[in-house]
Write a protein of this length. Sequence first.
Length: 450
Amino acid sequence: MTAGPAGSIETPSWWRRLLHPFVIMPVVALLAVGIWWFGFHSSGSSRSASGSIVAPQLVAVTSGTLNSTVSAQGTIAALATDALSFTASGKVTAVNVKAGDKVTTGQVLASLDSASLQASVSSAQASLAQAQAKLSDDTDAGASSQQLAADAASVTTASDSLTNATTALGGASLIADFDGVVASVNITVGQQLGSSGAGATSVSGSGSGSGNSSANVGTGTATSNQGRAGATATTGTSTTSSSGQINVTTSGIYKVDLAVSSADISKIALGQAATLTVTTTSSSSGFGGRTQATTNTTRAATSGQTTSAATAQGTVTAVGAVASASSGVATFPVTVAFKADPTQFFVGGSVIADIVTSTTGTVVLVPVRAITTAQDGTRTAELSTDGTINHTKTVTVTTGTTSNGMIEIKSGLQVGDKVVAAGLSASSGSGASTGTGSFGGGTSQSRTGQ
């Protein structure tokens, strides 16, 4: 190091050369690579430790049944909805329910002022009696055929008037057609209703209805209201509180409409049992009508859903014959009806339906991880000869279908045998493994019993 002008200290030439970009940049790059390498292998070692394979273990050969299932996801709807509206005009004199109330079949929910309607019935009855009397008198008097024809026409007209008046009187009450719960009430006491045609009324007063709604009632089915005088039933989608003056829906009785793939629809039939499982995810990935394993434990491992989700049992009530296509994929509509706890199943919620398409008898089962498949397709198991993992022999087995990490043994093992199963990943715990990937396609099943 040498002193420069004015007493400054001159930087050595070797240091200046070291700071030159052509020297310093490669050094920095080398340091960066080293840091990355160290961090990568450290994290890799950590992952290896957390995902290490535990030792093989002995497992018992068991027995159980395998259910072939087709799974699809859908939205819960009320099994039936009843959109009630007055068919007569008049002043609303009583509204006996509010949104959320439970009702029973035949219960009067609301009424109109029926005094004028009753007077119309009485007048029509008198007119009919008069027309009938004239026809009888003219017949006895030997009146001409033309007169008798005119008298008969008068009787018909009077009879029709009485029918209409009686129907209008019946329309002065809204009556529940089934046990259920009130979804919405859209009229108020004192409201003046004016007729706007058969089966409908319009609001002619200043009131606009209470608009109280407990829930969207979803897609409903036809009810007997269409055949009852005094009210009309609305079917199809009923998701607004304005579909009827009083809307009633079933409680605890639901349906779910599913889209089943063309590959699976031939397996679906009326009356088949189904298990409905509540899911909090809106994604249908993995459940778009595909045939697959259905137990909750498997879903928890593959889609992150909770194993404590509420379940219910249902029945296939409709299988559509006409397909619809979305993004080039054809699906068929299938409806499953079910009863469930209304505190756990809600209209508008999402469920996965597992439809049982066939059930095997009791078969011998072992975990898939206890079976080894050779390149030539031969499958073997390591059978314990003394009840320990230390002494085993290799036995050839014949297998059948797989389900939720279990595989059917047709020959080579029997219930009570103990076989060696490959160790699970430490990070996977004791969760079930589907294991279907090692044994090829076919219909997946769910296992019951053991």
